[in-house]
Design a binder for this molecule. Sequence first.
Ligand code: HMG
Ligand code: MG
Length: 303
Amino acid sequence: SLPAEVRIHEVGPRDGLQNEKSLVPVEVKAEFIERLAAAGLRTVEATSFVHPKWVPQLADAEELMPRLTGLAERHPGLRLPVLVPNERGLDRALAHHATDIAVFASATETFARRNLNRSADEALEMFRPVIGRAAEAGVPTRGYLSMCFGDPWEGPVPQSQVIDFGLRLLDLGCTELSLGDTIGVATPGQVTELLAGFARAGVPVERIAVHFHDTYGQALANTLAALRSGVTVVDASAGGLGGCPYAKSATGNLATEDLVWMLHGLGIETGVDLRALVAASAWMARQLGRPSPSRAVQALYHR
Ligand code: HMG
Ligand code: MG
């Protein structure tokens, strides 16, 4: 059976723009987020408080946050999570009144080293005080787990390894666990199996989100498999923007428009106005000077 409703966790302004070659002006980022909120998205990941040298595209987080003041009041229920890798990042995020944060772990050693300059275990230890202090401040933490299906350096990732890291993120106090197919190699049977593994490990499916990339054109099929396993939170990136600068072969995230087209076609509610969302992505594509790779944007916008 399928859920009646799905919450889309929009990652375009963060996961999408972190991978752009050119620097996007801060006022364009703010307008993009505003347009996404106006299109009905209620979770919009805004930026990252990571080291500015590691992700120069998001080095303007401090300038962006004040521009988002009042947005949540204008769009009731809107959450604007930000990525935080360590306590320094948390200090910055809290100083700018972040209400939701996300840490990002890796199910593989190589990616942990490349993305966080730490072993996978050391990365979890780095997150421990972040999650604890955030909770004390009333700020919930989402835990991303990358490379859940395959890693560009290590190949296929054993399910037991993924479940082990996922459980540890939840034990550290993450309120939600987002399972990332960072390089987009998963196929639906593997998704069903991994989710069954987490269910056997006692994790309520309500705490799990899925984060698919469309490298091999499998993102929607994988999403459908996840919905059939009870998942109701799905990550997507408006216009299909993005990838990860520290993972070779990570191409675009699942496009939010393609996801909304499928969900609405299945009679699943999202609260999103697809026309307004397509217009927002087409606007962003013009700012970036190239067309959106989303099939739904292409189909609806050029009609
Ligand atoms: P490091 O070089 O090991 O940092 O980087 P450090 O702890 O050794 O500190 C070195 C200096 O950096 C210190 O300054 C710190 O204060 C400063 P000094 O005392 O020498 O003057 N520093 C910072 N400054 C500002 N903000 C900070 C910060 N932290 C330290 N937060 C670090 C370690 C984790 C910081 C670095 O590796 C990093 O920023 N990595 C982030 C990379 C990233 O953002 N990758 C993309 C996101 S993950 C992703 O895309 C996957 C996902 O989308 C899901 C999926 O698809 O799988 C989520
Ligand atoms: Mg991603």
